[in-house]
Design a protein around this ligand. Structure first.
Ligand code: HEM
Length: 411
């Protein structure tokens, strides 16, 4: 894809470089971001798809400073809130949690946090491992060729969300179909709006059904319906909105991360060998993959007040975008940042964000990655790509979550 050379474009009358930009390799940040950081520093100027200028944060220390600064707002409900793509603009209509500021944000987050407790995560971890094993066995039984996104990653992440929300087993197939549709809808605002509507309809009928059940089940929606909704402390709309955000935030991200991690390991045979040799080191390996791949690449904010960071003055109303992919390759935070080193043991990456909006499902995501990758590579030792690596199609920059569309494999 042709891309404006980023260097030096922010001076004089030259046009600003685009943000976001396309990855040219599925596991590397867009090269233009590096050019910009080297030429202009950790906070640079760029232009969004709709022509609006934005600040782009590319440095680790500045990102941490800004992500805990309450003057930087996440309020997606603001009419002037920026968006990196039409698809994200559609998704930004679902403002629950991630699109809220304090104190509203904390009030909702407190209600869902118990479902992500250590105990609940451990319980779900066992069922995640079991389900990952069943899915890998099904791949083996079916025989090569197979496809990792639909054969393993998506069904595993749907299974996990179903466990959290309390979606009954008989609804899995329908739920997975709707979720796959959301993942497939990458480009247009209409597609994304349609997928969102389907998910909403699904949740509306699920909440209706749960309300009629005499006893609550174990899922988060059961608690929200039988306790918060019944007591009147949450409205039906709020319960549905919480369900939608958990579904959206936790599903495509994890599925994409499992698929891209598989591809990346296959492309780094030395690291894959080390990964296979020591299953106990899967924890640090997953952490490094999270840093290296940084699939949740764009965090969006707007300055609610003037902010000075280093020698940059961000004015109230300015758009601020943060690129986790480039931030997690900052050499001031990570030695040899472009090297995939599964033994690195660095946990200060920002792949799950930082500050009050830090990912609520991060431990569940880690559990899914650990189980999927260890079981896949131990039970199918001869796993290999079924197509040349260059033919693996990268999702567009405007896609909310970075990754690849599918991963055909054989053994
Ligand atoms: C590898 C998988 C995942 C990645 C890379 C990821 C990444 C992120 C990032 C970067 C943020 C912060 C966004 C910001 O600051 O604007 C975030 C927030 C969030 N994530 Fe995740 N996530 C993953 C999996 C999950 C899962 C499994 C769930 C739920 C089951 C989940 C639920 C959420 C929610 C609800 C938020 C908003 C939290 C808040 O605003 O308080 N995520 N995630």
């Amino acid at each position: 894809m042709s891309r404006p050379s980023a260097v030096g474009l922010t001076t004089g009358n030259a046009p600003l470089p685009d943000f976001p930009q396309l990855r040219t390799c599925p596991y590397q940040p867009p090269p233009g971001y590096r050019d910009l950081r080297l030429a202009e520093g950790p906070v640079v100027r760029a232009r969004l798809y709709d022509g609006r200028p934005t600040w782009v944060v590319l440095g680790h220390a500045v990102a941490r400073e800004l992500l805990v600064d309450p003057r930087l707002s996440s309020d997606w409900g603001r009419p002037d809130f920026p968006s990196p793509s039409p698809r994200r603009k559609a998704i930004q209509k679902a403002t629950m949690l991630i699109g809220m500021d304090q104190p509203e944000h904390s009030a909702y987050r407190r209600r869902v946090i118990p479902s992500f407790s250590v105990r609940r995560t451990r319980e779900l971890g066992e069922s995640i491992h079991r389900r990952a094993g069943e899915l890998v066995d099904a791949l083996l039984e079916q025989g090569p060729p197979a496809e990792i996104l639909r054969g393993l990653a998506l069904p595993l992440s749907s299974h996990t969300i179903c466990g959290i929300l309390g979606v009954p087993y008989e609804d899995h197939a329908y739920f997975e179909e709707q979720s796959a549709m959301l993942v497939a809808s990458h480009a247009s605002e209409e597609d994304a709006t349609g997928a969102l509507t389907n998910l909403r309809d699904f949740l509306v009928s699920l909440v209706d059904r749960k309300e009629k059940e005499p006893e609550p089940g174990e899922g988060l929606l059961d608690t929200l319906v039988h306790k918060d909704l019944a007591e009147g402390s949450l409205s039906r709309e709020e319960v549905i909105a919480l369900g939608i955000i958990l579904l959206m935030a936790g599903h495509e991200t994890t599925a994409s991360m499992i698929t891209l991690s598989t591809f990346t390991l296959l492309q780094h045979p030395g690291q894959l060998e080390a990964f296979r040799a020591d299953p106990d080191a899967a924890g640090p390996a997953v952490e490094e993959l999270l840093r290296y791949l940084s699939i949740g690449d764009v965090a969006m904010r707007i300055a609610a007040e003037d902010i000075t960071v280093g020698d940059v003055r961000i004015e109230a109303g300015d758009s601020v975008m943060l690129s986790a992919a480039e931030i997690n390759r900052d050499p001031e935070a990570f030695e040899d940042p472009d090297v995939l080193d599964l033994g690195r043991g660095a946990r200060h990456h920002l792949a799950f964000g930082y500050g009050v909006h830090q990912c609520i499902g991060q431990n569940l995501a880690r559990a899914q990655l650990r189980s999927a990758l260890t079981l896949l590579f131990s039970r199918i030792p001869g796993l290999r790509l079924a197509v040349p690596a260059e033919e693996v199609e990268i999702k567009p920059a405007q896609s909310g979550v970075q990754g690849i569309y599918e991963l055909p494999v054989a053994w």
